[in-house]
Structure formats: C-alpha cells, structure tokens
Design a protein around this ligand. Sequence first.
Ligand SMILES: Cc1ncc(COP(=O)(O)O)c(C=O)c1O
Length: 417
Amino acid sequence: MSDLSTANPSRAKGFDVQAIRRDFPILSQEVNGKPLVYLDNGASAQKPQAVLDAMDRYYREMHSNVHRGAHTLGDRATTAFEGARETVRRFLNAGSTREIIWTRGTTEAINVVANGLAPRLKEGDEILVSHMEHHANIVPWQMIAERTGAKVIPIQVTPEGELDLDSFNSLLNERTRILALAHVSNVLGTVNPVAPLIEQAKKFGVLTLLDAAQAVPHFQPNMQELGCDFYTFSSHKLFGPTGIGVLYGRAELLEEMPPYQGGGEMIERVSFERTTWNVLPYKFEAGTPAIAEAVGLGAAIDYLNALDRPAMEAAEMALLERANELVPSVPGLKILGNAARKVPVLSFTLEGLHPSDLGTLLDQQGIAIRTGHHCAMPLMDFYGVPGTARASFAFYNTLDEVDQLFAGLQKIQRLFT
Ligand SMILES: Cc1ncc(COP(=O)(O)O)c(C=O)c1O
C-alpha cells in the first residue's frame, strides 16, 4: 500500500454497497431534480474520497518535480510517484517496475507500442485485431501499417458478440506479427478468452497486446498468467484521475523499442554528436510526468485492494443478472452482445427511438448512460446500427438503480415509441 493511501481496510470483509457509495461524494447529488443514477462508468468512472484526499495531500505537502531532488520536497514527490508505480506493478503482478510505463491513458499506451514495433514490420506483415475493438486499438495500427506496408486484419465477431475462434484460427499464420485485442469489449462487455489466444499466437512468434481499458475496473489481471507482451489501461476508468494510464511491457521488448517522444527525463546523455536513452521505464517518459495523477491512481488501486474483490465481482454480476431479467419488460428493447462471459455492460437499442434521444430522455430522469458509436464504428457496421445506448455498471451501483433504469425505459417506450 502506498504511503498516501487513505483506503479503509475495515471494508475488507463483505460488501456493503451503501457504505461504498458514501466513499464516492459525487454520487449523492441530484441531477435534473432526481437522484443521480450514474451508469456511464465504461466512459469514465467516479473517484472515491481516498483518491481526492491523496491528490490533495500530495499538492499540499509534497509537490515538487520528480527525480531531481536536491531538496526534501523533491524527494517526497519522487517517493510518492515511484511508490504509485510499485502499486501498479503489484496490481498487475508484473516482474519489475521497469516494465511499468506511465502514459496519458490506454490510447497513448497503444500508440507507444505501435510506434515502437514499427521498425520490426515490413510489407506483407499482418497485424491482427478484432472487429470489436475500440478505435484506440485500430487506428494506431492503421497508421503504422501505412508507414510500413503491413496490413491490419480484423478477426470476425459472432452475432452473440464473441470472438469468432474459427476466424482467429484461419487468420493466424506465419505472416502475423502482432495480435492486439480488447481484453473486454467496451460495447458488448464480452470478456475475451485471451490466455489461450496468446498461447496460440506465441507458437507463431507473434507479439501480443491487450487493451484492458474495460477489464481492470472489473477484475484484477495477472501478467504472469496471461503471458502477453503488452497490457494497457487508463486510470480514469479504474476510479483514478484522468490524464494518466499505464503501459505494461516485457522489459526485453521495451529495451529494444525506440522511444516515443524525445525531451527531458528520457535521456541518459545529450550532446550534439550523440544522445543516449535513459534506462527503463524512463526512456518512455519524456518531460515532467503527471505526478499527482500517478499518486491518485495509486490511491485508487489501494482503495480497490481494501475491498472484498470476490464479493465485489459477485455484486457486479448480480447487477447484470437483474438487468437481463428485466430486458423482456420493455417491448422493442434489443440487447447487443450476449457473450457467455461478460462484465456488467448492457448495449441496447429501442425500436422506434434514436439512441441519442433515449439518452436525453433518461438524463431527464437523472439516469446517465452513454449513446453513440462508442468509438467502435466497425462493430456498429457489423450490427447494422448507427449507434447504441450503453449502460455500464460499477461496483457502487445498486439493484435499485438497475430497476430505475428499466422503469425509465418502460416509461419512454410507452410515451415515445
Ligand atoms: C476498450 C477501450 N480501449 C481504449 C479506450 C481509450 O481510453 P482512453 O480514452 O482513456 O485512452 C477506451 C475508452 O473508452 C476503451 O473503452
């Protein structure tokens, strides 16, 4: 636990959702005259008081720039900042903090990897992604493909919203260089069976990256078990602050990759004749980093560690079950994504109503959901819809809130379709 933690270890036993909600100050407000029902956690999750306190305390008591400490505040800031890196390492069960790179988020992390692997790619090489990826795990690869002559090839998705394993098997071959997959789909909630796919890819010498933006808020990953080469996520979806994220990478690959940006911090020595790079992880961290944000992310992970994780996961599954039970109560409601293994995410359309109107009408009832293409246009094309409405749940949501969502949908269906 980092020394800035204010997480309450008394929460360790059982799962009292009302007590947990009191840890999140933003949840106890009214929106449009109604108690807020926040179901847009997939876009960005709310922050516990422990995170707000850690960042506040950091700025009040220890802020200075890191790694140059000729003075006490510099040392304190560096200790807090590097302590957060160690917290992330433990969260991922990574072998070393050299493998934990701070980025601005998942998007930047994937760009760092795409840029870093570009020198390995040549004409005719293939990069496998899937049809259910967020644009963040498509576009960086397309940009690198354009530079190198490689091709980006999508693995098909089944109508239920699972990866089509026959498609995967038929596409994986000796030309494949990279497999870049969502650990969890942001639209469908599907938890992809990544471990066996990584194992298969390795047989072809393929490098593997997982986009875990939607995975880590729901379960704790283990780098030693997954065996992937790169793992990426964003703090703001993991109950931490915006502006920071994580790239885990295997050290020997990171050593080989060129830096992403040049500047201060990432160098060992600079001269006009020859500049050399700093050691890992700093080689990939040009410029003054997001120090308070790293501290905030460390506090968010400490907070999660103090919860009863199995109880939390069971509570989340109960939310999804309740939602699924209530689906037939709204005529014309169609769910996209019925994978056997899902996190609590529900993407839907309501016959006769555009998803954005649905979002506005729910907002009037204090219910926050997301509508649109969810940065997954190829998946929208696959399902033949311009967009969907998406309710994405977190462990602080209640069964009562699920009921309110469906009561809202029933009302909208009666009045507007
Ligand atoms: C699966 C997935 N990947 C990547 C991202 C991009 O995350 P960020 O905008 O924090 O970089 C998101 C955000 O919604 C996402 O859901």
